[in-house]
Unconditional design. Structure first.
Ligand SMILES: Nc1nc2c(ncn2[C@@H]2O[C@H](COP(=O)(O)OP(=O)(O)OP(=O)(O)O)[C@@H](O)[C@H]2O)c(=O)[nH]1
Ligand SMILES: [Mg+2]
Length: 239
């Protein structure tokens, strides 16, 4: 049985954290969770502490001092995953936008020898988004087309935050090369993986807009992404 780690970054997810951790642990006995909490004022970390003692050895937590951004939270989590020798390392949001039921299909696909990364994808056949406004749909779909045009990546959902990495992929990366701290981090990780020659596959998911808790999304994210993706295209990740 492989060692599998699901990294869940959190900032004020008190309404979701117990439900999501419990759902992940129930999905498969091989699944362990690492919460990377950025000092959430709502007490998310206290709840994770309880979950740790209730589920010995299967729940882990890294606490950071303040809201330091999604990208750096994941990098902290990836380093933990590599150091503790997990075979497969996932990224997943705390707010149930990413269906827990896709974890096992993603793991299966990722275990194929030619595969390095598997994306839980909204934009492949069978994928969908529920509850989004037309505006947000167009923004997200437009972003995916922009990224594919600029980078030449074939991935249909390059901004997706639901991802499974084979350990070898993360271990091959110099994580200090990653420039983005916000959501464009997701694009950069996929680009870096393809630059290193790893194959990315996609599993269809239905993305569900958050029902509990509040969004951390703002427009600075888009500024970072639009210019940043262009710059990224001209950086050399292979040195
Ligand atoms: N540790 C950490 N987690 C974060 C940070 N920003 C967001 N998150 C978490 O990252 C995940 C994705 O953030 P969301 O607020 O759901 O972003 P989103 O999905 O684009 O926005 P919504 O549509 O409102 O859900 C959630 O689990 C958040 O709690 C951060 O700065 N640090
Ligand atoms: Mg969300």
């Amino acid at each position: 049985m492989s060692k599998n780690l699901i990294i869940v970054p959190t900032y004020n997810e008190i309404e979701n954290i117990r439900l999501i951790v419990t759902a992940i642990l129930k999905e498969d006995p091989s699944f362990e969770v690492l919460v990377v909490d950025d000092g959430s004022p709502d007490g998310t970390a206290d709840e994770v502490q309880k979950l740790k003692s209730e589920n010995a050895g299967r729940v882990h937590m890294i606490q950071r001092s303040g809201k330091l951004g999604l990208g750096t939270a994941y990098i902290t989590g990836f380093k933990y995953g590599i150091e503790h020798n997990y075979d497969y390392i996932f990224e997943m949001d705390a707010d149930f936008s990413h269906p827990v039921s896709a974890l096992k299909p993603m793991l299966m696909l990722c275990s194929e020898p030619d595969t390095g990364v598997v994306v839980g994808s909204r934009y492949v056949k069978g994928g969908d988004i529920s509850n989004w406004s037309t505006y947000r749909l167009m923004l997200s779909f437009g972003a995916s087309i922009y990224v594919r045009l600029i980078t030449g990546m074939r991935v249909k959902d390059p901004t997706a935050g639901f991802v499974c990495y084979k350990k070898e992929v993360l271990a091959a990366m110099d994580l200090s090369m990653i420039r983005f701290i916000g959501y464009a981090f997701q694009i950069e990780m996929k680009y870096y993986a393809t630059q290193l020659g790893f194959k990315i596959k996609e599993t269809p998911i239905t993305f569900i807009d958050r029902e509990l808790g509040t969004s951390k999304m703002d427009t600075s994210i888009f500024k970072e992404a639009v210019i940043g993706v262009l710059k990224m295209r001209f950086r050399n990740y292979k040195r």
